[in-house]
Design a protein around this ligand. Structure first.
Ligand code: AVJ
Length: 337
């Protein structure tokens, strides 16, 4: 019998599909985005589609890899500084998180906040319904003073539905260098959208990976076990399943490249041969030259002046930055002004 005090009571959990038109619309935009990306020159696919149920779990596995230092570095920062981070805003605070995933690192911040106030309203948003539901249930089972309102879907839609309880400041979390998937221009626009959803006196905690030698970056995105390769190739498997395509995964190779000029790691799927792929659901065929790539992801790396400029352009005052012991990763607290 579950302890009634600790049982994940439905009253403390609400999960919304922020895509109001529901699932059919999501299928249509996946089809449109795949069509546009694969008929473009060079070929591209948006990284947000990595995160089906398997893709989200593969990403969790990536976070455990020895080469993928980002998650460990950010966790180290929270283990050391969580109390100081959450003290940047007066209590009571509510927490909003963009791209919450498993919410494992967030637990350290949740615990630090619950040490200062009796209850916490946590509003996670994620593109993956499965991981959002799993992590919300797990959190409610562990924290009986927590209330969770989850949003499944794109950040921009989720940000429109943010709730604020009486007298509370909001702390928005954008962790794990999730911002790195956006170009600097897109990132600036998203940060402005976040700022608009907040009020003056609220805060944003931005986890941003720092520029570093390519000898460290490439293994982080092309690990020896091949988990990142599986994560990247799973996008083709998702297209096969959801859009009736016939990608032969063995005919594509995962590749991570560092684009020095743009300051980003790029993930590609390289065609091993000349081949034609049939996308039955879209009624199109796509041809590949040997060595031709599909560019599936950018992971931008930042320096401190870049981050300061982004804060200012988006309407925030950078208040404090914390680093892991090896200064690989940064957590930046910005005050909405
Ligand atoms: C979740 C976007 C931060 O870019 O580092 C990890 C995703 N891709 N390995 C990143 C990812 C390949 C990750 N983000």
């Amino acid at each position: 019998m579950p302890d009634p005090q600790n049982f994940a009571s439905p009253a403390r959990l609400v999960i919304r599909q922020s895509n109001a038109q529901g699932n059919q619309n999501a299928v249509a935009s996946f089809a449109d985005d795949v069509r546009a990306g694969l008929t473009a020159q060079p070929k591209t696919l948006p990284p947000k589609y990595f995160y089906d149920a398997l893709g989200s779990q593969l990403f969790e596995a990536i976070c455990l890899l020895p080469e993928y230092y980002l998650t460990r570095a950010e966790t180290e920062i929270f283990e050391r500084y969580a109390a100081e981070i959450v003290r940047q805003l007066p209590s009571p605070v509510g927490v909003v998180e963009l791209g919450s995933g498993s919410s494992i690192k967030t637990r350290l911040l949740i615990e630090a906040i619950l040490a200062n106030q009796p209850e916490l309203h946590y509003q996670p948003m994620d593109i993956s319904a499965s991981i959002l539901e799993l992590s919300a249930e797990a959190l409610l089972g562990n924290y009986d003073r927590l209330q969770v309102t989850g949003h499944v879907g794109d950040y921009t839609r989720g940000l429109e539905t943010i709730e604020r309880q009486e007298g509370e400041r909001l702390l928005a979390l954008f962790l794990g260098s999730n911002i790195g998937n956006y170009t600097l221009t897109e990132g600036r626009a998203l940060l402005k959208t976040i700022r608009k959803a907040l009020q003056t006196g609220d805060g944003l905690l931005l986890g941003a990976d720092l520029k570093k030698p390519v000898q460290v970056l490439i293994p982080a995105y092309a690990d020896a076990l091949g988990v990142t390769a599986a994560f990247n190739l799973n996008l083709l498997s998702r297209i096969n399943r959801e859009l009736g395509a016939d990608f032969d995964l063995a005919q594509f190779e995962h590749q991570a490249r560092y684009n020095e000029e743009r300051g980003r790691v790029e993930a590609h799927l390289v065609s091993r041969t000349a081949q034609t792929v049939h996308l039955r659901g879209l009624g199109i065929n796509i041809e590949f030259q040997p060595g031709e790539t599909i560019h599936t992801e950018n992971s931008y790396k930042y320096d401190l002046p870049q981050l300061a400029a982004l804060a200012e352009e988006a309407g925030f005052k950078p208040a404090k930055t914390w680093f892991d012991g090896e200064r690989r990763f940064s957590c930046n607290f910005w005050l909405a002004i």
